[in-house]
Design a protein around this ligand. Structure first.
Ligand code: UTP
Length: 297
C-alpha cells in the first residue's frame, strides 16, 4: 500500500453567526462558551494537536476578536498568578497562550456557509491533506476523534475520511447521510452523500458528524460548488463531487458528539464533561440529586 502524506494541518471554521445561541453569542462567540475550565474552542484545538496537527488554521469573522484574545500570550496575568502562589492557574493560562503559537487566523468576509469557510483556508493549507473540526462541536472520546480519522487515513492508504455517527432513522432528515460499502471495522467506502434526505429515503442511518480529513482536491470542488440548502456553500455538496474523482471513506468514530450551537445541547455537553471529570463528578451528582429532591418535594 502507498504511503500517504502526513496530516499536519487542521482547519477550525469558527466564523458563523451563532444565531441559535443569541443573545448569548452577541458578544461572546459560541465557540468560546466554557466547558468546565476552558472554552469549547480550546478543547477542539487540543483535539487537533493530539491528532498530530502542527498548524491550526482558525477561520473567524468580524466581531469575533475574542477568539484571538483567548490564545494570545498574557505574561502580566501569568506573573500576577505566579506571585500570588497560583502556579497551577499560571500554567493553565500559559498553556492557552502556547497553543496560540500554532494558530494561523484567516478571515471569512461573509458568512456564506461551512464550505465557504473551509475554502477561505485554502491558501493557508496549501497542497496537503488536512483535518476539519467544526468549531461548535465537541466529541467526547477516549481516543481523540481526529486521531481516529488520521489512523483510518493511514489504514486505507490516503484519500479523504469523513467522521460518521449512527442516528435514529426518523432523525435522518436533519443530517447529511452517506451511502457506502463496508470495507473494515466501522469503515465504509462512500459512494454518495445526501443532504437532509426525506423521511424514509435515507440510504443509511450514518450521518456526517463534525470531523473530516480532506485532501486538497476539496478546494477545486468548493470553487465550483454553487450555493445549496439555505443559500450557503455546503461542504457536503463539495464532498459529493469529490467522491466522483477520489476515494472518500467514512469512519464511524468511537465517541459522543456534542453540538454547542444551541443552549440545550450546550447544557448537555457541560453536564457530560463534568460527570466525566474527577474534580466535578461526585459534587455535581450530589447537587443534581439535591435539585431533584427539591423539585419532588
Ligand atoms: P453552524 O451552521 O453550526 O454555525 O456551523 P452557525 O452558522 O454559526 O450557526 P447558526 O445556524 O447561525 O446558529 C458549524 C461551524 O462552522 C462555522 C461556525 O462558526 C461553526 O463553528 N461556520 C459556519 C463558519 O465558520 N462560517 C459560516 O459561514 C458558517
Amino acid at each position: 500500500m502507498s504511503n500517504p502524506p502526513s496530516v499536519r494541518t487542521a482547519v477550525i471554521p469558527a466564523a458563523g453567526l451563532g444565531t441559535r445561541f443569541l443573545p448569548a453569542a452577541k458578544a461572546v462567540p459560541k465557540e468560546l462558551m466554557p466547558i468546565l475550565d476552558r472554552p469549547a474552542l480550546q478543547w477542539i484545538v487540543e483535539e487537533a494537536v493530539a491528532a498530530g496537527a502542527e498548524r491550526i488554521i482558525i477561520v473567524t469573522s468580524a466581531g469575533k476578536e475574542a477568539l484571538r484574545r483567548h490564545f494570545a500570550p498574557a505574561p502580566e496575568l501569568e506573573q500576577r498568578l505566579a506571585d500570588d502562589g497560583k502556579g497551577d492557574l499560571a500554567a493553565a493560562v500559559a498553556a492557552a497562550g502556547a497553543l496560540g503559537h500554532r494558530i494561523t487566523w484567516v478571515e471569512q468576509p461573509q458568512q456564506k456557509g461551512l464550505g465557504d469557510a473551509v475554502l477561505c483556508a485554502a491558501a493557508a493549507v496549501g497542497e496537503e491533506p488536512f483535518l476539519v473540526l467544526l468549531g461548535d462541536a465537541l466529541i467526547r472520546a477516549e481516543v481523540p476523534c481526529s486521531k481516529q480519522l488520521v489512523d483510518a487515513y493511514h489504514r486505507v492508504g490516503g484519500g479523504s475520511v469523513i467522521g460518521l455517527r449512527p442516528v435514529p432513522l426518523e432523525r435522518t432528515p436533519r443530517y447529511g447521510i452517506v451511502a457506502g460499502t463496508a470495507v473494515g471495522d466501522c469503515l465504509f467506502k462512500l459512494h454518495d452523500l445526501v443532504e437532509k434526505p426525506h423521511l424514509g429515503s435515507a440510504p443509511s442511518n450514518l450521518a456526517i458528524a463534525g470531523r473530516y480529513l480532506l485532501t486538497p482536491g476539496i478546494f477545486r470542488e468548493l470553487r465550483q460548488t454553487r450555493p445549496g440548502v439555505g443559500g450557503e456553500i455546503q461542504l457536503t455538496d463539495a464532498i459529493r463531487a469529490l467522491l466522483l474523482r477520489e476515494p472518500v471513506h467514512g469512519l464511524v468514530y468511537d465517541g459522543e458528539r456534542h453540538d454547542l450551537g444551541n443552549p440545550l445541547d450546550y447544557l448537555d455537553a457541560v453536564v457530560a464533561y463534568a460527570l466525566d471529570h474527577p474534580d466535578y463528578a461526585a459534587r455535581l451528582r450530589h447537587r443534581l440529586a439535591g435539585q431533584r429532591e427539591k423539585a419532588e418535594s
